[in-house]
Ligand binder design. Structure first.
Ligand SMILES: Nc1ncnc2c1ncn2[C@@H]1O[C@H](COP(=O)(O)OP(=O)(O)OP(=O)(O)O)[C@@H](O)[C@H]1O
Length: 336
């Protein structure tokens, strides 16, 4: 069954059109990530699905029911916010149980579901604490627990890791992936972080300026971007775009080459000077200024001894390069 179906969804605030004709399907059990630059409409789309905003046009169908006129609490969804949104005066247990109490669920059911979520999220030691006595990561786990106990048809996450530091982000990311495997639930997750998108998603939806640019599995989008925006958005360091000779480049277009596909080699077609070296341990990133004054990033083996100021010759396999036309769309003739 389909968990979510969006048909021609539009959303305007006054005269500003924020979502433009969004069509999207989320299959049951799928982990779908909305990704895109700040202001592209990710959160608004999630809020329209949740019912916190009304769609100006189009239909929102959750689990086979059109929910446009159904209030958020009755849509069978649970949302986890960046800000946790916990009740400060309630304990962890009561924060998690509150929604079920409001639904007038039997006491035994509440206890069972809360205990199960507590075990799943390893929150046993904190059950009687208030949110103010928890770390950011623990608070976010409580917020996730509060969503789990509702046993929703669809989980919605709005940048849930943004307030956590780098190490905790990675741990919590893994926990969310494990949770998805355990619950086999349908999940939609909003982030502007492409690492989160690549590592968590079954399916990534790349949004830009209120429109869907491309939908696909992480590696589909990485290996087969439909346009220059998607190509440049996914991948770290980002794809290089060359626009000047001596290479064969579409008229007024660009040639895209990922940093890991460039290699230093004598007689290479791209000549340049190393302007900066970033040693990350396992990898090293070289910033190179080409003879045509274009900046390139090259990812090489971490132990390489290249220094700033060195002359360098670079090359790549032609089949690893992507050609984009003057409208930034992918061109397949001759490349890719
Ligand atoms: N209530 C509102 N009234 C007017 N404009 C709004 C409202 N909510 C959002 N917008 C506008 O809609 C656009 C999309 O906002 P949204 O928060 O969905 O973007 P986002 O992709 O989630 O961005 P970010 O990654 O920065 O959170 C922005 O230009 C924003 O200013």
């Amino acid at each position: 069954m389909t968990a979510l179906n969006l048909t021609n969804v539009c959303k305007s605030f006054g005269s500003v059109e924020v979502l433009k004709d969004i069509n999207l399907t989320v299959e049951e059990g799928e982990f779908v990530v909305f990704v895109g630059p700040s202001g592209c409409g990710k959160s608004t789309l999630l809020r329209v699905i949740a019912g916190l905003e009304d769609a100006t046009k189009g239909t929102v169908n959750i689990g086979g029911t059109v929910v446009n006129s159904i209030p958020p609490a009755k849509r069978g969804i649970a949302m986890v916010f960046q800000s946790y949104a916990l009740y400060p005066h309630l304990s962890v247990r009561d924060n998690m149980a509150l929604c079920l109490k409001q639904e007038k669920q039997p006491k035994l059911v509440i206890e069972e579901r809360v205990n199960k979520a507590v075990r799943m999220l390893d929150l046993g030691a904190y059950i009687d604490r208030r949110p103010s006595d928890l770390s950011g990561g623990q608070r976010q786990r409580v917020a996730i627990g509060r969503a789990i106990v509702r046993e929703p048809k669809l989980f919605l996450f709005d940048e849930p890791l943004s307030n956590l530091d780098a190490a905790l982000r990675m741990n919590t990311r893994i926990e969310i992936a494990e949770l998805h495997r355990t619950l086999s639930a349908s999940m939609i997750y909003v982030t502007h972080d492409q690492t989160e998108a690549m590592t968590l998603a079954d399916k990534i939806v790349v949004l830009r300026d209120g429109r869907v640019e491309q939908v696909g599995s992480p590696m589909e989008l990485y290996n087969n971007p439909a346009n220059q925006f998607v190509a440049g958005f996914l991948g770290s360091p980002a794809m290089n775009f060359l626009t000047k000779a001596p290479l064969s480049i579409p008229k007024n277009g660009a040639l895209g080459i990922r940093p890991e596909h460039l290699r230093a080699t004598k007689g290479g077609r791209i000549k340049g000077t190393v302007t900066h070296v970033e040693r990350l341990g396992g990898d090293t990133n070289l910033l190179v200024s080409t003879a045509q004054q274009e900046a390139l990033t090259v990812r090489i083996f971490g132990q390489d001894g290249t220094r700033v100021g060195e002359e360098i010759e670079l090359d790549f396999d032609d089949h690893a390069a992507f050609a984009f036309d003057h409208e930034k769309q992918r061109v397949f003739a001759g490349h890719g």
